[in-house]
Design a protein around this ligand. Structure first.
Ligand SMILES: [Zn+2]
Length: 377
């Protein structure tokens, strides 16, 4: 019987919809305190965070994860109750199985295995869990990082358990993430009758030329580790619904996922200079999402790569694509951040699942990473 599988099932049984934790962190804390971890519960607003550490001195290695899950969607579409982990052929089905209760369980069992051998520990281990990764992420990891900075607690290596694998466990790891910036543009015109265009000012017509230019905007990646950054328009609205009225305004939402080669200032300047060149009257509001990061030091990356090879026999591909993760809050402190978790094909979907045997493989990979970084040979 797999301890990682058992713990994953226990975690799935807790309905921890963001920002609820529903006892997940208590369960983890109980397991970790049994083997000597110091436990701190850090609650901010209605978000629960767990900070658990062991070890006296030396570099700090942290497992970073979240206990919250996204909503189930229509329960009737699930083949089994989303909060009752159900084995189906080679899969364990349940909300959070892959994102990321399986990883959280693997954190715990990998540490238990590691401590059982009474290792000659040359560093410290931390476990940082939040119940708000899938939500606004305001009272979660970012607050805990502030708390740790105040205590002068420096994380050297951070392993994030987000589901990164593609076809096989450990085949893809992430060594960075793109940043995200959004804008809403309100193009101002003058409403009027379509039969009297000289008495109106049509924002749809006015904005058609800048729209074409905006949609082909691109910022080149120079790190060699990211895709080029492109602009995507997600919403565009204008018109009253009547066919004989020129609308008074047009609104448009856009987003850019950008690499560390590009700055927010460059993106803002390039977008606004296109609009201004066409003499558009407009308002714009910006929303800065996560900042990009790229782990350049090789210690943690090598330890993860070697551990994946040791357990699975194949070497992982290092990527930087996909959405943002809580790694964005840890990387700016100077920590090396690498993400490795189970397959992500089913995350956020109905019938979310994880390959059962991957759970133990993941625990073994995490265990091998601890051995590489935190023991003297
Ligand atoms: Zn996640």
């Amino acid at each position: 019987m797999s301890k990682t599988l058992d713990l994953t099932k226990e975690l799935i049984a807790r309905k921890s919809l963001t920002p609820e934790d529903d006892g997940c962190q208590k369960l983890v804390a109980e397991r970790l305190s049994k083997i000597g971890f110091l436990i701190e519960d850090l609650q901010y607003g209605d978000v629960k965070n767990l900070w658990a550490t062991i070890g006296k001195s030396g570099p700090l290695f942290v497992f970073l994860g979240h206990t919250d899950v996204v909503p189930t969607g229509p329960i009737a579409s699930w083949e089994s109750d989303p909060f009752t982990a159900t084995e189906k052929d080679s899969l364990l089905v349940g909300r959070g199985a892959a994102d990321m209760k399986g990883s959280v369980a693997a954190f715990v069992t990998s540490i238990e295995k590691f401590m059982e051998k009474e290792p000659n520990l040359i560093g410290r281990i931390g476990v940082l869990l939040t119940s708000d990764e899938e939500g606004p992420a305001i009272d979660g990891v970012t607050k805990v990082i502030d708390y740790l900075e105040d205590k002068n607690e420096k994380i050297k290596w951070c392993l994030v358990g987000e589901p990164t694998s593609d076809k096989k466990i450990g085949d893809v790891i992430k060594i960075g993430r793109r940043g995200s910036i959004s804008a809403r543009i309100n193009v101002l015109g003058t409403q009027g009758h379509v039969a009297y265009p000289d008495k109106a000012d049509n924002p749809i017509h006015n904005f058609s030329a800048p729209l074409a230019e905006l949609s082909s905007l691109k910022w080149k990646d120079e790190t060699g580790k990211f895709q080029d950054s492109v602009l995507q328009i997600s919403n565009i609205n204008a018109g009253t619904g009547a066919t004989n009225v020129i609308p008074g305004n047009l609104t448009l939402d856009l987003n850019v996922r950008y690499s560390p080669s590009t700055s927010i200032e460059d993106i803002k300047k390039d977008i606004e200079s296109i609009i201004q060149k066409h003499d558009i009257t407009y308002e714009i509001s910006w929303n800065i999402g996560g900042r990009p990061f790229l782990t350049k030091e090789t210690e943690l990356i090598n330890a993860v790569e070697q551990s994946v090879i040791q357990i699975t026999g194949m070497s992982p591909k290092c990527t930087t694509d996909g959405g943002t993760s809580d790694g964005r809050f840890v990387a700016p402190t100077g920590a090396q951040v690498v993400e490795l978790g189970p397959g992500n094909a089913s995350i956020h979907k109905v019938n979310e699942s994880v390959v059962i045997k991957d759970l133990e493989h993941l625990s073994n990979i995490y265990n091998a990473i601890l051995n590489r970084l935190l023991t003297s040979s």
